[in-house]
Design a protein around this ligand. Structure first.
Ligand code: MN
Length: 241
């Protein structure tokens, strides 16, 4: 199984979390929120097969870390994974949209020059804006929309762009989240936790918790747990992480 969006470096005891995920044989995409964090986060898991570390500049930090964009550029060739990047249109961050857009566009431009990477993209309160950027840039690599919360209409736009969707147990905590899970075609779904930020029943999620989703999909898709695992495994293969 897989957790394609978690913040390994932000757990109080990363090594414990890593070991549990490793024992479970999970594929893990360890995402970063600032270019400065990349090297140390990479060091945590570079020796572990199936673990990858992506280079990011989180939209909620864009206005504070825009100056790290040069460092982002210099690290770009070190990894095939980019994120967490994107736009955040929620109330607290909307006012920083100009800075967010500068950072996001800079990174998309870079990705366009070498469209072989996998991108994990945040779009909270800004699905429309993120999709407009992606439509405008064209091929920037393989895009995974992480924890999508937009409309059905925008979801269809995303599918037209061949986007993937990484979804986590936290989406089961709201009716809206569950509705979105029912909209996404089986063959575009990937799993994530967004731990330790995202919680489930009040507890921070960690990679092994992706299993919570298996029985949910088994009911939603009317498939056995085993067949759900096959679908997800096949999706991961098609993404070719
Ligand atoms: Mn995240």
């Amino acid at each position: 199984m897989m957790d394609l969006h978690c913040h390994i470096d932000l757990y109080p005891s990363p090594v414990q979390v890593i070991n549990k995920a490793r024992e479970a044989g999970l594929y893990v995409l360890s995402v970063t929120t600032t270019p400065k964090a990349w090297e140390k986060t990479y060091e945590l898991t570079k020796h572990i097969p199936r673990f990858q570390t992506s280079l990011g500049l989180h939209p909620q930090l864009a206005h504070l870390r825009e100056h790290e964009i040069d460092l982002f550029d210099s690290l770009f060739d070190k990894t095939n994974y980019i994120g967490e990047i994107g736009l955040d249109g929620s109330h607290e961050y909307k006012k920083y949209m100009p800075s967010q857009l500068r950072v996001f566009r800079h990174i998309l431009n870079l990705c366009k020059s070498e469209p072989s990477k996998i991108l994990t993209v945040h779009s909270r309160g800004a699905a429309k804006e993120v999709l407009s950027e992606l439509e405008c840039f064209g091929n920037v690599g393989k895009v995974i929309l992480h924890w999508y919360t937009g409309t059905k209409k925008d979801l269809l736009r995303a599918l037209n762009l061949n986007c993937w969707f990484s979804v986590g147990p936290a989406m089961l905590m709201s009716e809206k989240g569950k509705k979105i899970l029912s909209w996404i075609p089986e063959d575009r779904i990937l799993l994530e936790t967004d731990g330790p930020f995202a919680t489930f029943n009040g507890k921070p999620l960690e990679p092994v918790d992706v299993n919570i989703l298996i029985s949910y999909f088994s009911e939603l898709w009317q498939k056995s747990d085993r067949d759900v695992l096959l679908v997800l495994r096949n999706n991961l293969k098609n993404l070719s992480i």
